[in-house]
Design a protein around this ligand. Structure first.
Ligand code: CA
Length: 422
């Protein structure tokens, strides 16, 4: 699909991640004030709540105006016809030659410096494990070189139920977690700050419609409202000690950072590709009916405290073995109700190349091969003061659909309560 030209400055530049084709969903607010729905266009943020108050936005649904809410859940609940109506109206208002240009321009403000908040109320968070290269490498690094993927891996998207309470928006600092670690396998565990704190490069899918029973992959695809970049911070030493047999628990519960912009499934629709061919045929209920994977180029940058950033990994969301629609369809098979605002983490996205690894666990080969950074620094795992920044964009035909940045800085472990037992 070609670029849709806009009258907003910067929106037609080929390097701009927020052309009119994108229209991502965010929330901004003045300090202390209620959040307002917004989109990004060019170098600007468009106040959609302001647009609704001025009577310039379409009326979505028959209840309270979802555009006047302070998160996107109410718009999602209004359903796919409402999502399409909003997108169509905004496209018309922001297109070159729009009659309403002067009235709409009053609701633009600079994107730079805006306070962006969590764009939706996270109902629940499920973390999948659908990146084959990561799953295999992580298994070998945690369990030994002979480890293989579990037998079920090639037949279904494996996941676990995570925590919604620890999902935070980009820019939120992340303190190093405390936990049980066992640095010496011959000795007992210690309670200490994690020494192997890591990031995970993932894509998050947001469920925009509820379910009350199993749904097909095609139905599941239509229920996905959009995607965010997602960093699933992971304490590898806590993980290695705790994870068998029920999986990660405290090692993944400190924080999960998401990008401030939800890029809609509609904006990514022209960029869908088929995923990797499964090594064995999938059961019919998991087979894709069409190309399902948004082809999003992804990168991870790491900046030490006070230092310049280095891009340490580049990969693509098309590497995932299961797309979000397959994960969602599988999630519903048990009868598990899915809710508006459920967040599905894709699993860490790594590619086959040594520079395409979505975690430091893999990039440093379990801490045995430090990653060199400019200025003589090296990393096995994250150090206090390090900032991790994920970026991603789908690109083609002169159009770039960007997510903005998903970043977070590691803080030293917080002091324990004064009555903590020694
Ligand atoms: Ca994860």
């Amino acid at each position: 699909m070609p670029l849709i030209a806009s009258w907003v400055p910067g929106a037609n530049e080929t390097s701009c991640g927020f052309p009119l084709n994108n229209l991502p969903c965010g929330v901004f607010g003045e300090p202390g004030a209620r959040g307002r729905l917004c989109t990004a266009i060019g170098d600007s943020l468009l106040d959609l709540t302001g647009l609704a108050e001025a009577g310039l936005a379409p009326r979505l649904g028959t209840g309270p105006d979802p555009l006047r809410a302070d998160v996107w859940n109410e718009v999602m609940a209004a359903g796919p016809a409402a999502w399409a109506a909003l997108r169509e109206r905004l496209t018309a208002l922001l297109a070159e030659g729009a009659e309403e240009q002067a009235a709409v321009a009053r609701h633009l403000r600079p994107l730079a410096g805006a306070e962006l908040r969590l764009p939706f109320r996270v109902a629940e968070f499920t973390d999948f494990y659908s990146g084959r290269h990561h799953a295999l490498m992580a298994s070998r690094l945690l369990r030994g070189p002979e480890a293989t993927l579990p037998p079920a891996w090639d037949h279904m998207p494996i996941g676990y139920n995570g925590r919604a309470s620890s999902v935070v928006v980009s820019g939120t600092p992340v303190p190093r977690p405390w936990g049980q670690i066992r640095p010496d396998p011959g000795a007992g565990p210690l309670f200490a700050p994690s020494r192997r704190f890591d990031f995970e490069l993932e894509l998050g899918a947001i469920v925009g419609q509820p379910t009350a029973g199993p749904v097909t992959v095609a139905r599941a695809e239509a229920m996905i409202f959009g995607y965010v970049l997602l960093n699933d911070w992971s304490a590898r030493d806590i993980q290695a000690w705790e994870y068998q047999p029920l999986g990660p628990f405290q090692s993944k519960a400190t924080a999960t950072t998401i990008s401030p912009w939800i890029v809609t499934a509609a904006a990514l629709a022209p960029f869908r590709v088929a995923g990797p061919v499964p090594p064995v045929p999938l059961l019919p209920y998991l087979r894709p009916h069409a190309p399902l994977h948004p082809d999003i180029g992804l990168e991870v940058a790491l900046a030490p405290a006070g230092g310049a950033e280095t891009v340490i990994a580049r990969t693509s969301a098309a590497e995932l073995s299961y797309a979000a629609a397959q994960q969602l369809a599988h999630h519903t098979t048990s009868g598990c109700p899915m809710r508006v605002g459920d967040l599905l983490g894709s699993g860490t996205i790594s590619g086959p190349a040594a520079t395409a690894r979505g975690s430091l666990l893999e990039l440093s080969q379990g801490g045995t091969a430090p990653l060199a950074l400019p200025g003589g620094q090296a990393r096995t795992f994250l150090e206090d003061g390090d900032t991790v920044c994920l970026r991603g964009a789908a690109e083609g035909a002169g159009v770039r659909i960007g997510f903005g940045e998903c970043h977070g800085r590691v803080l030293p472990a917080a002091p324990l309560p004064g009555d903590w037992p020694a």
